[in-house]
Design a protein around this ligand. Structure first.
Ligand code: PLP
Length: 430
């Protein structure tokens, strides 16, 4: 007799007590009950290859992470009002791997809080109120960052926010004419700055991603970030790099994706992968910015964040990333995966574009490569069929026609084989 409820019964009960604001993946949702490395098992004991979850960065239920959590949870769990070695050690480890002068960590529990706090710091330090964000992006669920998330904001854009185009090189300005690309995006940022100044808000900050997920998974050309950084700073604003998704080696060249563009932001926000599933997020900045925040009346406390259990988890994750050279591993896996996915796209014209970086990959489905008309139906059918055959990927984008592949960082060659064989078989049915 299974200890788990049947899926349909569980779904009905869940609808009643979790309410309709929650959604789920797949037409027939999966009930996952166990995880190990890149694998997960459902309530009936069926095994799935996880090609989607970036939170389980060093693998589901990594024994060293679970052990670190268990050991500290048995001893003590308090907060930052007391001294504790673990919290300081974790912040020291972060300072070692963060770019430039970014060495002061503020602990929070979610990516949303990390971005919200970053915005509060930017406002207080600059004295300005306005923000620039990119179309299609998501930065979180608090009142402030929901407004700063065009991907989900249900209401009109408030007047203290200006949106600019993400570097969509497939349906927007292509990158094969770098001058035109740079000029288009420079004009957008200039116009946003001018608008915020005319409205009397000025620029507190721009929030940049290192891979534009909600906009369709685009890794920006360095010039894109570089001109945003220089123009916003010249206008008196700060640059917040949202590394909640792209951080911790996911893009394969640096610990933090923003470093791919050769720029150092003023604030870095981190979340999802940092605790391998444990709620651990960070707003990190420079000593000067933090001092300016406090000098202008800022302070911070968070009951649950910065506790020693989370710190031990975070330390274990960073230790594993470093010891197992996951940056190099991501690079190797990614080079192989991209080459073979592109070969698959040559065989199946419905894949109109393969893009992304590291282990953050998009395969865009089109009905016609010339017109780039979206083919959401085939994408959805492949995603569902792959799930039924033990491989978990997802579907996204404004047209719902982009297959998103974003596995744990420990995904390797054998897993790539299975992913691509299953995708090939799914495509062959169409
Ligand atoms: C880029 C980015 N920033 C911030 C967030 C918010 O993180 P959280 O869900 O932990 O609040 C997300 C979540 O999907 C995200 O993708």
């Amino acid at each position: 007799m299974s200890p788990f409820s049947g899926n349909q019964e569980l779904l009905a009960r869940r609808r009643k007590v979790l309410g309709p604001a929650y959604s789920h993946f797949y037409r027939d949702p999966v009930q996952l009950v166990r995880g190990e490395g890149v694998w997960m098992w459902d309530a009936e004991g069926r095994r799935y290859l996880d090609c989607y979850n970036n939170v389980a960065s060093v693998g589901h239920c990594h024994p060293e992470v679970v052990d670190a959590l268990h050991r500290q949870a048995q001893r003590l769990n308090t907060h930052t009002r007391y001294l504790h070695d673990s919290i300081v050690e974790y912040a020291e480890m972060l300072a070692e791997v963060l770019p430039g002068d970014i060495s002061v960590s503020n602990f929070v529990c979610t990516g949303s809080e990390a971005n919200d706090y970053a915005c509060q710091i930017a406002r207080r330090v600059t004295g300005n109120k306005g923000f620039i964000v990119l179309r299609g992006t998501y930065h979180g669920a608090t009142t402030l960052v929901r407004d700063l998330s065009p991907a989900i904001r249900p209401d009109p854009c408030p007047d203290y926010i200006c949106e600019i185009d993400a570097p969509d090189t497939y349906r927007g300005v292509p990158s094969d004419d770098p001058d035109r690309f740079a000029a288009h995006h420079a004009a957008q940022i200039d116009s946003a700055i001018e608008t915020l100044q005319q409205r009397g808000h000025g620029v507190a900050a721009v929030i940049v991603d290192s891979i534009y997920d909600g906009s369709g998974i685009f890794a920006p050309l360095p010039v894109y970030q570089q001109q945003i950084f220089s123009r916003v700073r010249a206008a008196g604003g700060l640059v917040i790099a949202d590394e909640v998704q792209s951080g911790l080696c996911r893009l394969g060249d640096h610990y933090w994706g923003v470093m791919d563009s050769g720029v150092v932001p003023d604030i870095v926000t981190m979340g999802k992968p940092m605790g391998d599933g444990h709620p651990l997020a960070i707003t990190a900045t420079t000593p000067d910015i933090m001092q300016a925040y406090v000098d202008r009346g800022g302070e911070y406390f968070n009951t649950f964040a910065g506790n020693p259990v989370s710190a031990e988890v975070g330390k274990a994750v960073l230790r594993i990333v470093e010891r197992d050279n996951l940056l190099g591993h991501v690079k190797d896996t990614s080079d192989d995966l991209f080459a073979r996915l592109r070969a698959l796209a040559d065989k199946h014209p419905v894949i109109g574009d393969v893009r992304g970086k590291g282990l953050f990959i998009a395969a865009e489905f089109v009905a016609d490569r010339a017109t780039r008309a979206a083919d959401a139906a085939t994408c959805m059918s492949c995603v569902e069929w792959m799930k039924d055959h033990g491989v978990l990927v997802s579907r996204m984008g404004a047209h719902g026609n982009i297959m998103k592949i974003r596995p744990p960082l420990v995904f390797g060659k054998e897993e790539t084989d299975l992913l691509l064989e299953t995708l090939d078989a799914a495509l062959a049915r169409h």
